[in-house]
Design a binder for this molecule. Structure first.
Ligand code: ATP
Length: 238
């Protein structure tokens, strides 16, 4: 049902050797929400996403998703439960065609879904259809970001994790990526958006958390955080 808690991160800690990257994270994402996570370089944003997708081990805490405890669950099984990540730096497979990249995103799905799901991605990103037989490496940075998002959608996610989707893109393309995120939200997708571009992320988020050296220090609606003095000074350059 719309509005109940889809994911709850409870007291999550994680470390790289002696470096404590996450020190006790609590956050919640409700169905249909667009939740942003903002924070400086090295705050732990990527580590938290990796903990949620199951590739980064926890040293403490729990993660509940869609009514079940997934704390110890393997990453590929989390994809099957409905957690799909668009990784930092896109990481499309350059030598493979656009179509094959999308096909890889569908590996958890029955083959019968493939044609329909691919058409849905193509109708959202017509440029990908036009170029579907070309190597993904020939796409521009912005187009590769669209492909990375399309590939994640092929898994039919209940929760879409986006790691810095605007990174390295020219301002016009940044706007395009944020428009895509808005469109996905309007279609009912639940989204966890990690961004260094705090202004743009807070402007479209229902709610947001601020992460500072492994702790969530502030949370509120996107608008509240946009108006927050601390946030304005630290992240919005005001
Ligand atoms: P960025 O925006 O630069 O990706 P971030 O907020 O995503 O930053 P993380 O990459 O999660 O931050 O890093 C959190 C902390 O963990 C940092 O202190 C970082 O130096 C450290 N760290 C990250 N990856 C490793 C690693 N593989 N080995 C050791 N330390 C790491």
């Amino acid at each position: 049902t719309q509005g109940d808690v889809l994911m709850a991160v409870q007291g999550v800690q994680s470390a790289y050797g002696r470096i404590q990257a996450l020190k006790g994270i609590d956050l919640e994402i409700r169905r249909g929400e667009l939740v942003a996570l903002v924070g400086a370089n090295g705050a732990g944003k990527t580590t938290l996403l990796r903990a949620i997708s199951g590739v980064q081990p926890l040293t403490a805490g729990r993660i509940r998703f869609d009514g079940e405890d997934i704390t110890g669950l393997r990453a590929d099984l989390r994809v099957r439960r409905g957690i799909s990540q668009v990784p930092e730096g896109r990481q499309v497979f350059g030598p493979l065609s656009i179509e094959d990249n999308l096909r890889l995103g569908a590996y958890t799905q029955p083959p019968a879904n493939l044609a329909e799901d691919m058409e849905r991605v193509y109708s959202m990103f017509p440029i990908l259809k036009e170029k579907r037989h070309l190597p993904a490496g020939t796409l521009s940075g912005g187009q590769q970001q669209m492909l990375a998002i399309g590939r994640a959608l092929m898994a039919r996610p209940k929760l879409l994790l986006l790691d810095e989707p605007s990174m390295g893109l020219a301002p016009l393309l940044v706007e395009e990526v944020f428009n895509v995120v808005k469109t996905l939200k309007s279609q009912g997708m639940t989204i966890f958006l990690v961004e260094q571009n705090a202004f743009a992320a807070l402007a479209i988020a229902d709610r947001a958390y601020v992460l500072e050296t492994g702790n969530t220090t502030l949370s509120g609606s996107g608008q509240e955080l946009l108006n927050n003095e601390q946030v304005r000074a630290a992240y919005l350059g005001m």
